[in-house]
Design a binder for this molecule. Structure first.
Ligand code: SAH
Length: 363
C-alpha cells in the first residue's frame, strides 16, 4: 500500500467517504506523497508526454501567437506572459525562442509561471536559466501582478480536480471515495442532491439512470478571466476534452504510458479528466470576456503554419530527423485516437475589445 493510501484510509475512517475532488487533489498535490509534488511525470521515461515535449514546433507557433496577441493589445510596453502548469518549462523555452523574432515583444515581456510542484519548478528554473527576460514563480494565479496579460495553459485544466455525480432512481447523487472489501472504492452519497437537474443545461435534464456528470472547480481560470477583464489580455487554453457539457466517465489514471485504475496506487499515477470547454467558455462569458473556439488542435496548428514550419526544419535535417519531424507533426495534428489533433481542443478567452487572434478567424 502506498503511503498516500494509508493516509487516505485514515481520513476516510475518521470522516467518511470523501468527494472525488478531494481524492484527486490529494493524489496529485499532497505535499509529501502527491504525484506532482514528488516527480517529473513527463517524457518517454515518465508517465505521459505532452505536445511541447513532442516537438519544438508547438511552442514556437504558440510563441508567435503570443506576439500577435500582444500586438492586438496595441503592443503595451509591459506585458505579463503567464503560463499555468508549465511542466518542465519546455513550452515556455520554445515560446521565448520564438519571441526573439519580435524584439519589441521580447523587450516588453515579464514571465510569470504558476506552479504548485517544487520538483517541476526546479526543472523550470534550470530550463529557463539562460532566458533574457525576468521570470517569477507563483503557487497560484492569485499572486499574479495586475496589468495586461497573455496567458497560456497546456494540459493544465485536465489536472484540476473534478467532482462526479450519478443519476439514480432517487435523483442525482454525489460519487465519493470510500473503502469496500478492504480496498478504496467508489460509492454514492446516500442523500440525493436537491436542484441538481435544474442546474444542468436543458438538453441534459431528465437523464437516464446511471448517467454520470463530472464538474470541475476552475477557480484559477476564473482568477485569470477577472484579471483580463480588469486590465486587458487573452488566455489560450489547450487541452483534451469535449466541446459541450456531456455525460460520461472520463477520470483516467496513467502510469508509464498505460491506463491504470484511478483508485490503485494513489500518488503514483497521473490523474486527469476531460476538460468541459462549454463550462470554461461559460465562465469566461460571465466575466465579460470574448470567447473563440474551441477548435481542434489540428486545425489550430495548421492555421498557424505548422506544415511549412515542419518543411523548413526538415530542410536542414538528416533522414532520421526528418522522420522524427514527420512523426511529431502527425502526432500533433493527426485525427486518429493515437494522435492529438482531434481530441485536443484550443480556446481563446480575451478581453472583449481585442481583435481576434491568429487561428480563430472563423472559429
Ligand atoms: N504544461 C506542461 C505540463 C502539463 S502537466 C506541458 O504541456 O508539458 C500539468 C502541470 O500543471 C504540471 O506542471 C503540474 O505541476 C501543474 N499543476 C497541476 N495542478 C496545478 C495547480 N492547481 N496549480 C498550479 N499548477 C498545477
Amino acid at each position: 500500500m502506498t503511503s498516500l493510501e494509508e493516509e487516505l484510509r485514515a481520513i476516510i475512517e475518521a470522516e467518511g467517504p470523501m468527494p472525488v475532488s478531494r481524492y484527486m487533489a490529494l493524489c496529485l498535490g499532497h505535499p509529501r506523497h502527491g504525484y506532482y509534488a514528488t516527480r517529473d511525470p513527463l517524457g518517454v521515461a515518465g508517465d505521459f508526454t505532452t505536445a511541447p515535449e513532442i516537438s519544438q514546433m508547438f511552442g514556437e507557433l504558440i510563441g508567435l501567437w503570443c506576439a500577435e496577441a500582444w500586438r492586438g493589445m496595441r503592443a503595451p510596453a509591459r506585458v505579463r506572459l503567464v503560463e499555468l502548469g508549465p511542466g518542465r518549462g519546455t513550452l515556455m523555452h520554445d515560446v521565448l525562442r520564438a519571441a526573439k523574432l519580435v524584439p519589441a515583444f521580447e523587450q516588453a515581456l515579464e514571465v510569470h509561471l504558476v506552479e504548485t510542484s517544487p520538483v517541476l519548478a526546479a526543472l523550470q528554473r534550470d530550463k529557463l536559466a539562460g532566458a533574457d527576460v525576468p521570470i517569477a514563480w507563483h503557487e497560484s494565479a492569485a499572486g499574479l501582478p495586475a496589468g495586461p496579460l497573455v496567458v497560456i495553459a497546456n494540459e493544465f485544466v485536465d489536472a484540476l480536480p473534478i467532482d462526479r455525480f450519478v443519476k439514480t432512481a432517487g435523483g442525482w447523487r454525489e460519487q465519493r471515495v470510500g473503502i469496500a472489501k478492504e480496498k478504496l472504492a467508489f460509492g454514492l452519497h446516500p442523500a440525493p442532491l436537491a436542484g441538481f437537474d435544474e442546474s444542468l443545461p436543458t438538453r441534459l435534464r431528465r437523464a437516464p439512470e446511471g448517467s454520470m456528470l463530472e464538474r470541475r472547480d476552475i477557480a484559477p481560470l476564473r482568477e485569470i478571466a477577472k484579471r483580463i477583464a480588469a486590465a486587458t489580455g487573452t488566455a489560450l487554453v489547450v487541452d483534451y476534452g469535449h466541446r459541450r457539457t456531456s455525460f460520461g466517465d472520463t477520470l483516467q489514471a496513467v502510469r508509464a504510458h498505460e491506463f491504470a485504475d484511478p483508485l490503485e496506487n494513489p500518488g503514483l499515477a497521473d490523474l486527469s479528466a476531460h476538460v468541459d470547454f462549454e463550462a470554461l467558455a461559460a465562465l469566461a462569458k460571465e466575466e465579460g470576456l470574448r470567447v473563440r473556439g474551441p477548435i481542434t488542435q489540428g486545425v489550430f496548428l495548421r492555421r498557424l503554419g505548422i506544415e511549412p514550419r515542419a518543411e523548413r526544419l526538415k530542410r536542414d535535417a538528416d533522414a532520421s530527423v526528418r522522420n522524427d519531424i514527420d512523426a511529431a507533426l502527425a502526432r500533433l495534428v493527426g485525427a486518429s485516437p493515437r494522435h492529438m489533433g482531434e481530441l485536443f481542443k484550443v480556446i481563446s478567452l480575451a478581453h472583449a475589445a481585442l481583435p481576434i487572434e491568429p487561428g480563430f478567424d472563423s472559429a
